[in-house]
Design a protein. Structure first.
Length: 246
């Protein structure tokens, strides 16, 4: 009898091409996990994920699920899976859920965090998990820029050019930041995000706080829905999928 298994996992996305399988020599996180599960269960196992993170993006609370006929207990899946995975991917929690559960479709809210170190010197220790910005950032402008995006808006202008999602009107419930010494942590929460939306929003508010873009420009771009090359996409290394709520 088939069981649907749900796993909460974390990974360092630096050395992967992203979540989804892609052609090329760089492995994907999905392929790496499915290869480990195939060895564990002795049969090919396809997994579904809550978030399709891009190349270089990390996760502390990614959620996946799959069907299996295996009788291996949950604890065995946790430890057996981890023994077959590289150290950069780790299963954290394993449980059994109803057969109809879908981690992507059933998600109520996704929480992403973007981390910036704002000082002259680049970091030596945490360089894989934060973006270095050596320029002055105006905290007042930064707060106004973040507040500008909270709520229900059409975010068509703040996605990658190859994103073809039909639904671009979203409720960005949270876009906040806190500063601790030289480190800025941005928290964004929304039921779903457009492709590269978080990184483009971060790029927009940082450029505004540096004085390179205006609040009026942000408003006009949001209203027009037209992408603008003056808005950079923030580097992937600073982004982490923190948690998915159900």
């Amino acid at each position: 009898m088939s069981r649907r298994i749900r796993i909460i996992l974390e990974y360092d996305g630096t050395d992967f091409c992203g979540w989804q399988s892609q052609r090329g020599s760089v492995p994907s996180i999905q392929d790496t996990i499915e290869a480990a599960l195939a060895k564990l269960f002795q049969i090919q196992t396809r997994v579904t994920a809550a978030g399709r993170t891009d190349a270089g993006v990390h996760a502390k609370g990614q959620v996946i699920s799959f069907l299996t006929d295996s009788i291996i207990p949950l604890r065995g899946i946790l430890h057996g899976g981890n023994s077959l995975l590289p150290e950069s991917i780790r299963f954290i929690e394993v449980d059994e859920v109803p057969a109809v559960f879908n981690p992507r479709r059933d998600a109520l809210l996704r929480w992403y965090r973007y981390t910036v170190i704002n000082r002259a010197a680049a970091p030596a220790i945490m360089r894989r998990y934060m973006t270095h910005i050596p320029y002055h950032i105006d905290m007042g402008l930064l707060e106004k820029a973040c507040n500008h995006f909270e709520g229900v808006h059409d975010f068509a202008a703040f996605r990658s050019s190859d994103c073809h999602a039909k639904r671009t009107r979203l409720n960005l419930e949270t876009f906040k930041f806190e500063r601790e010494d030289d480190v800025l942590r941005f928290d964004l929460k929304c039921r779903s995000f457009l492709q590269n939306m978080v990184r483009i929003l971060i790029g927009a508010v940082i450029e505004t706080a540096r004085g390179r873009l205006s609040l009026e420009f942000l408003r006009e771009t949001l209203e027009s829905g037209k992408q603008d090359s003056r808005i950079p996409r923030a580097p992937a290394c600073g982004l982490t999928l923190m948690k998915v709520y159900y």
